[in-house]
Write a protein that binds this ligand. Sequence first.
Ligand code: PNW
Length: 500
Amino acid sequence: VAMKERENPSAFPRNFLFGTASSAYQFEGAFSSDGKGLNNWDVFSHKPGNIMDRSNGDIAVDHYHRYLEDSDLMEDMGVNSFRFSISWARVLPRGRFGKVNMAGIRHYNKLIDSLWHKGIQPFVTLTHYDIPQELEDRYGAWLSPKMQDDFRYYADVCFKYFGDRVKYWVTFNEPNVAVIRGYRSGIYPPSRCSGSFGNCSNGDSEREPFIAAHNIILSHIAAFDLYRAKYKKTQGGSVGIVLNAIWFEPISSSLEDKLAAERAQSFYMNWFLDPIILGKYPEDMHKILGYILPKFLEKDLQKMKRGSDFIGINHYTSFYIKDCLVSVCERGPGNSRTEGLILRTALKDGNFIGKSTAVDWLYVYPKGMEKIVTYIKDRYNNIPMFITENGFGEMNNPNTTIEVSLNDVKRVQYMCSYLDALATAIRNGADVRGYFTWSLLDNFEWISGYTIRFGLHHVDYRTLKRTRKLSAMWYKQYISDHKARSTLMSRNTASKLAME
Ligand code: PNW
């Protein structure tokens, strides 16, 4: 088998980015060091009842102090890229209402330089859920259109200080998840929701998600446009956005279920990507929401075709979707407005689409990777794509020993099968340029605290010691094997060209 594999050229192109992913709040810790301001997650996680194990990211995995050790782990795995995020409040403790924190700038400069030193490309996200608390207090976060000016200012500071060495920028990580959880169910800051959507009653779950999303889309466009006008020529990088992407499989081949799956995609991912890439909200959102859906102004629309150099895809899971708009479901018919907001996920003969895991939303269905990538390729004219996250979570309870954690066979199987499905999509023509596994280390898993481990390296939360798991060793082998095989491919291609 090994021989045969070696004769097989890799599907991944030669300069493909193989990396691991992280985010500031989940990794850095040092939440009040060196002049950092408080952000929405600092405040949220300190309120009792918000985080499952009553933990927070005050220390997290102390990546702020241990970034050198962590870049050694990456070097050892042979990855050629690292996806991390900048903490907005570390760079601008009070947003644009205060000074730039030069200690924060120095920190990211050191991190970026240490990566370059090891031949690791930085792949940098500006906002991975965390925003300065000052902005949440002033505006209710993304509910205000003023946030566009705040975000543009923040992006400008980052492009200016880091753009000579950062060639891949992501404006937002998963704004679809941030908005649905922040303004519909209320389980993430700013904890707003109403009606039957969540456990609070301080918002408007039927409207606010769409207002927040609209302001985020315009903020992305503002930063993209700023980069194009002011930095692109001299810095030569690219700017994209990352969406959480679930594959929605129609539960039957009926037209109703197919339309329902399409609707689910509209209300989850195309909600953001359509305006940014195609210049308008999806048609079925218009139909269902009517006047609730905010309108773009003429001056915005000018900038909104191909408003992104690439799409980042965080893909983990798939669900069956069943129509409830036309047909009657167990959960009752959806009324026209809430239909789009509630994912009508369904079971087929009592089963989910893939194998269940310790994570309640994670079902293993590798084919979903091929399907979602192909879907995005077809819908957005094969725009360059990166898999910015894909990974497997395991339970961490007091009984899990480190030995069990380190022998993460299921994570290896998951990565192996999902990468295989990705390779198929690439062979069929999808322009995918990189893959980042979530995550380099076990870390703070948002409202699940430290109860779930997603890392290729185990972290002992008492000593913060890192130990590589089986998956880290497997990934190292996988990368080196594919590097060898893609060199083979370019040689084959070269000799083929020579023959012609
Ligand atoms: C992502 N889903 O969130 C986030 O970007 C990471 O910060 C997080 O640690 C990681 O995935 C693991 O949870 C997700 O419903 C939110 O499919 C929702 C889903 C997937 C990932």
